[in-house]
Design a protein around this ligand. Structure first.
Ligand code: ASP
Length: 339
């Protein structure tokens, strides 16, 4: 029988109501989980329960919290066949992306899940999300960082939160689901991560000054000037369509080129959920290429943020970060064959 670790980090699933709104409640959740009969049936793997030191609303998480989760998995890696991380939905796609980079050479399932309605409420979706995630972790078929939510198993670094109200909160618009859970769990093995990079190790992230900026029609050059400080290591630009920028290229080019010269890695993603950036498709996108920006291709913003953190934790040199940003490391982007 397989053994899995259930790691509670916070989020709606384990919250109870307070005067100020829902808040993580470790004692309530622990007792609820230990009393859930369905977690003790023969269909379930054996499990152990752990908590991170401070249970958080995931909107408050930062890189050091990703490190805590990564090291909890790494410290217990040999003792378990799979891991379920209970997490808030707001930043679950960021944490899943971060873990996918941090846990190098991963060969066991790490499934992040949570719920839209707390487990303490009658209509909670937490029960199914928890049970199915535990079964998927116990099956140990998929050996990568995933999000299971509302019947879909998605690659973590391809997923994005799509709904704040619906029970199917996540989608992965540029990548097929790894499994769907209806009456049975149907794995889509063709979508599983094929390459794995060597021996397992956890590579914690440094705190890196990174920004995300969504462009809009009429955005002023001063906005770029104020954000491109000397300290800024990386920025994810959410551009229009396939990587197009508003504004006058002649005014903007020197601002972007100066930022790139200062060592800021400008990564171009799209505001469209379903998109692949191609900075050569339109003149409006070629400005970015001439200014030294790199293409995020079909990466989510969440994956691009986590990848910048990861690469800047591994490399000092901005050119090495630029080079690797455009390469698929953990299945976060479709291969660019003409690079
Ligand atoms: N604010 C909550 C969190 O991200 C939302 C949720 O879990 O659904 O922790």
């Amino acid at each position: 029988m397989s053994r899995i670790l259930l790691l509670h980090t916070g989020g709606t699933i384990g919250m109870t109501r307070t005067e100020k709104g829902y808040r993580p409640d470790g004692k309530y959740f622990r007792e609820a989980v230990f009393h859930m009969d369905s977690l003790k049936t023969k269909d379930m793997p054996e499990w152990e329960f752990m908590e991170t030191p401070k249970l958080l609303d995931s909107s408050r998480m930062k890189a050091s919290d990703w490190n805590l989760i990564g090291s909890a998995i790494a410290e217990n890696y040999d003792r378990f066949d799979g891991f379920v991380v209970l997490h808030g939905t707001d930043t679950m796609a960021y944490t899943a992306s971060a873990l996918s980079f941090m846990l190098k050479g991963l060969s066991k399932p790490v499934i992040l899940t949570g719920s839209q309605i707390p487990l303490c409420e009658t209509r909670s979706d937490g029960r199914d999300n928890l049970i199915t995630s535990m079964m998927i972790a116990g099956d140990a078929k998929v050996k990568e960082v995933c999000i299971y939510f509302g019947g879909l198993l998605l690659r973590g670094n391809r997923a994005t939160k799509y709904s704040a109200d619906g029970m199917q909160a996540f989608v992965s618009p540029n990548y097929a689901p790894l499994a769907t859970a209806g009456i049975s769990i149907q794995y889509n093995e063709n979508s599983f991560l094929a390459h794995r990079s060597g021996k397992f190790e956890c590579r914690p992230f440094a705190e890196v000054p990174i920004a995300v900026m969504k462009v809009f029609p009429g955005i002023q050059k001063e906005v770029f000037e104020s954000i491109f400080t000397d300290k800024l290591k990386g920025i994810v630009l959410e551009t229009f369509g396939s990587g197009n920028m508003p504004g006058d290229p002649e005014t903007l080019l020197p601002i972007f080129a100066k930022a790139a010269d200062n060592g800021t890695v400008i990564t171009v993603c799209s505001q469209c959920l379903q998109a692949t950036v191609d900075m050569n498709a339109y003149e409006a996108g070629s400005l970015l290429r001439s200014a030294g920006a790199v293409s995020g291709r079909d990466m989510t913003t969440e994956a691009a943020v986590a990848k910048l953190h990861y690469l800047f934790s591994v490399y000092q040199d901005a050119d090495q970060v630029r080079f690797n940003m455009e390469r698929d490391i953990r299945g976060e982007m479709s291969q660019k064959l003409d690079l």
